[in-house]
Design a protein around this ligand. Structure first.
Ligand code: HXC
Length: 258
């Protein structure tokens, strides 16, 4: 098994933990791992009980990139015929929030995988990088695109052109990660954040994810329009009534997800 899925993580009915499970090779992202990951995420996305997904590796590595042993003899025709990048595209179709809990190395495809998630919580031992240039290739799953949008052109150029890693504090300062926590608490801290999100109205959290992601694809005017329509849409949910009534009645909201 290249990944391990824990559906009711820590007995929480709405949080799922997905763990990359190729420790010996620093969770190198083989084709098989990527296929299993996408299948698992789709299953969790379809499961109405699940509201938040946490994706993690182990203490040494979130993931040290695509599997170099698998790639070394590949040619472009193999990649096209096997439709290898479909799984990366499919990752962006998950509608529920995914939090990357990163310890250790997040390099190449590993950094790209973390960036494909909705937010990154990093242990203070985390290292991010796009070292593809050291292998004579370039990133293929967002290292020149998502990274540039996250940290800006000059810093993205620096990382991509030198292949050097940055530490967690730098990654936070540059806007790549949302929060840095002591390495030994990264899962616990991520769980606390997941718990907060899982307590919100699920339809609204999905619409927020959709709207924030839309900002990368559209002009401000179109993005604002998209946001407004999603805003209107939330008023068709019973959770909107519940959220507002609970506020006025000075009690905790109980969301049903409808
Ligand atoms: C396959 C990998 C691997 C990888 C590490 N390993 N990274 N195997 N693919 N990406 C294996 C090593 O071969 C080694 O196996 C074991 O994991 C432990 O790694 P070491 O190198 O011994 O560990 P260490 O000295 O601590 O160095 C850690 C490291 C280094 C700095 C992270 O492993 C490293 O540079 N890895 C490659 C990082 C990289 O270039 N990533 C980008 C890949 S290209 P053995 O059998 O010797 O114990 C990419 C393109 C994405 O991601 C395109 C879009 C999908």
């Amino acid at each position: 098994m290249n990944i391990i899925v824990e559906k009711n993580w820590d007995n929480h009915p709405h949080i799922a933990l997905v763990k990359l499970n190729r420790s010996k090779v620093l969770n190198a992202l083989s084709n098989e791992l990527m296929d299993e990951l996408v299948q698992a995420l789709f299953k969790l996305d379809d499961d109405q009980e699940v509201r938040v997904i946490v994706l993690t590796g182990d203490e040494r590595a979130f993931a040290a990139g695509a599997d170099i042993a698998q790639m070394v003899e590949e040619n472009p025709v193999d990649k096209i015929l096997e439709n290898r990048f479909r799984s990366w595209q499919q990752l962006t179709m998950i509608s529920k929030p995914i939090i990357a809990a990163v310890s250790g190395f997040a390099l190449g495809g590993g950094c790209e995988l973390a960036m494909t998630c909705d937010l990154i919580i990093a242990g203070d031992n985390a290292r991010f990088g796009q070292p593809e240039i050291n292998l004579g290739i370039i990133p293929g799953a967002g290292g020149t695109q998502r990274l540039t949008k996250a940290i800006g052109k000059s810093k993205a150029m620096l990382m991509n052109l030198t292949g050097e890693m940055i530490d967690a504090t730098t990654a936070e300062k540059w806007g790549l990660v949302a929060k840095v926590v002591p390495a030994e608490t990264v899962l616990q801290e991520t769980y606390e954040i997941a718990k907060k999100i899982a307590a919100k109205a699920p339809v609204a959290t999905r619409l927020i994810k959709e709207a924030v992601n839309r900002s990368f694809e559209t002009s401000l005017k179109e993005g604002m329009e998209f946001e407004r329509r999603n805003f209107f849409l939330t008023f068709s949910s019973s959770d909107q009534k519940e959220g507002m009534r609970a506020f006025l009645e000075k009690r905790e909201a109980k969301y049903t997800g409808r």
